[in-house]
Design a protein around this ligand. Structure first.
Ligand code: NAG
Ligand code: NAG
Ligand code: NAG
Ligand code: NAG
Ligand code: NAG
Ligand code: CU
Length: 173
């Protein structure tokens, strides 16, 4: 539990320090020779064009299944930006396939504990089929995603959870 808490806090600190770097970089560039500064963040650009939002398949080619480490996936695929779309792909339940679903948990504590009691279902067991279930990261706030199946067992024992703090693109001037 303690290490999970630490892991969550590290993500928050990492996100916060990225914000600080992005903001500080904008300020410095007025007084310094900009060619010394590499583009930050990695989707950024030096002109006024906003980069278009991305569609990101959760888990990549692994999709949304039991036993994949989605915390590591989210960390490796960060940063995410406001208006990016997360695509959750999972087969509808069948004799061979366990059901999955997607829930949003209300806060870090329910996320760490896989406590679904105040969670909101955003996709049921059939909505991950075909093109997948799409969720747009509309808000500049932390998002806590989890599978809600088996009373939190997929979240707890199957690692089917991750956290995303989408950044704002408009920091690129
Ligand atoms: C900025 O620094 C680079 C590398 O030293 C130099 O080539 C370039 O001329 C400089 N640009 C300005 C506007 O000073
Ligand atoms: C994301 O998906 C939508 C529709 O599902 C599509 O219109 C859009 O072009 C896609 N964006 C990217 C960057 O692939
Ligand atoms: C996200 O998209 C909405 C609707 O297209 C737009 O109004 C908003 O400015 C966008 N937000 C960001 C941070 O790009
Ligand atoms: C899941 O939601 C879809 C769309 O709202 C609905 O058509 C479908 O019947 C639901 N499936 C289950 C198993 O509840
Ligand atoms: C996911 O992987 C990370 C890094 O290896 C590890 O610290 C973490 O404990 C793993 N999560 C789970 C739930 O196994
Ligand atoms: Cu599941």
């Amino acid at each position: 539990m303690a290490s999970t808490v630490a892991h969550g806090l590290v993500l928050i600190v990492a996100a916060a320090s990225m914000l600080t770097v992005a903001m500080a970089n904008r300020g410095w560039s007025y007084g310094f020779n900009y060619t010394f500064f590499p583009p930050i963040p990695k989707h950024g650009s030096h002109n006024n064009n906003l980069n278009p939002p991305n569609n990101i398949t959760v888990g990549g080619s692994d999709n949304w299944h039991f036993g994949f480490n989605y915390s590591v996936w989210a960390f490796q695929n960060s940063p995410f930006y406001v208006n990016d779309t997360l695509v959750f792909k999972y087969d509808p339940p069948s004799a061979k396939v366990f059901p999955h679903s997607v829930y949003l948990l209300p806060n870090l504590w329910s996320y760490l504990a896989c406590d679904l009691s105040k969670a909101k279902m955003i996709a049921n067991s059939t909505q991950g089929g075909g093109e997948g279930f799409k969720f747009v990261l509309k808000k500049w706030q932390p998002h806590y995603f989890a599978c809600g199946e088996r009373g939190g067992l997929h979240c707890r024992d199957g690692n089917m959870k991750f956290m995303v703090m989408p950044l704002l693109r408009r920091w690129n001037y």
